[in-house]
Design a protein around this ligand. Structure first.
Ligand SMILES: Cc1ncc(C[n+]2csc(CCOP(=O)(O)OP(=O)(O)O)c2C)c(N)n1
Length: 313
């Protein structure tokens, strides 16, 4: 526990659990607990998904949930769906609408196997996702959706995660004005969190290459009270959450794709655009990439976490 009664080790475990599940949904069609060495047949034949956004989503979600268990969470980069889905599974929210998503081995299989699979779950957040009011497949609307959901609902707390690529869109940028119009006591509280991981698909983002001063000045100009947090530092994140005011804006810095292998075939993965989608695209056919995937998956020690989490396993 830290000084504010927050169980930091529980947050860490939740993050590792959801990071593993994000990777597993993208890659695995079998051997979900890694009971045996990873085999090419355990890997999905068509790898479709976005890893790069997931570690940041998992860190934002875990830190927020620890303080605001009843929050409404809006995800701008809907392509980071494996992370959102992992959190919905962890909290049991998915089970409420999807009885097969049970907290046991069968539920784990169901979740992973059906991600980005014909007649299964889409690769992006979708209307099938419990609680979704902004899909995020088309970037830009998250902030507007958040302020809209807060209108006339002073009891609400809404956290909205926006990608730094997303904040380059006209819609997201213009929506920053809503702070001046709608951050009033007759509306709910909106907490925007900019996920500053520096890259979008195949290039750096403007804000990733701006100086911190420039970015802070821009946000202050929109009437926000911005604070920068290192997304990998739970104490720092928690301290920012403890000191919120109606105009708070968190800038969460993470290395894009944090936790994946550092590089493959001479290309930098972690902290680079190359982790945006599937960092090891040849994991099924290339022995070396399969081995890298196995080491990556094992780094989370998921089996122990799952045994603590699962019922009747
Ligand atoms: C309006 C719109 N333009 C382009 C895209 C294509 N697109 C998909 S993901 C992505 C990059 C997003 O980067 P960022 O918002 O920083 O999210 P990250 O994955 O880095 O967390 C883009 C441009 C889109 N989905 N929507």
């Amino acid at each position: 526990m830290n000084g504010s009664g927050i169980d930091v080790s529980r947050i860490k475990k939740r993050i590792a659990f959801c990071d593993y599940l994000s990777v597993a949904q993208i890659f695995l069609q079998d051997n979900f607990l890694l009971d045996t060495p990873l085999d090419p047949t355990d890997v999905k034949p068509r790898l479709l998904g976005h890893w790069g956004s997931c570690p940041g989503i998992n860190r934002a979600y875990a830190n927020l949930k620890a303080v605001f268990p009843e929050m409404q969470f809006i995800l701008g980069p809907g392509h980071g769906f494996p992370a959102l889905q992992a959190n919905l599974y962890y909290d049991g929210d998915l089970h409420e609408v999807c009885p097969e998503a049970t907290p046991d081995k069968r539920g784990l299989e169901f979740l992973c196997r059906r991600f980005s699979w014909p007649y299964g779950f889409p690769s992006h957040a979708s209307p099938m996702t419990p609680g979704v009011i902004s899909e995020g497949g088309e970037l830009g609307y998250a902030l507007a959706a958040a302020y809209g959901a807060a209108l006339g609902k002073p009891e609400k707390f809404i956290a909205v995660l926006i990608g730094d690529g997303e904040l380059e869109t006209a819609t997201a940028l213009a929506s920053l004005n809503l702070n001046k119009l709608l951050a009033t006591s007759d509306n709910g509280r909106v907490l925007p969190i900019l996920h500053l991981n520096g890259y979008k698909i195949s290039a750096p983002t403007i804000y990733g290459r701006s100086s911190e001063r420039e970015l802070m000045q821009m946000l202050r100009g929109f009437g926000f009270d911005p604070v920068v947090v290192n997304g990998l530092d739970i104490d720092e994140f928690q301290s920012a959450l403890k000191n919120l005011n109606p105009h708070s804006f968190i800038v969460m810095k993470t290395p894009k794709g944090y936790g994946c292998p550092k590089e493959v075939d001479g290309v930098k993965l972690e902290g680079n655009y190359a982790s945006h989608q599937v960092p090891l695209p040849k994991a099924k056919t290339d022995r070396h990439q399969l081995e890298m995937l196995e080491n990556w998956l094992r780094s989370y020690h998921f089996k122990e976490l799952f045994h603590e989490f699962a019922h009747n396993d």
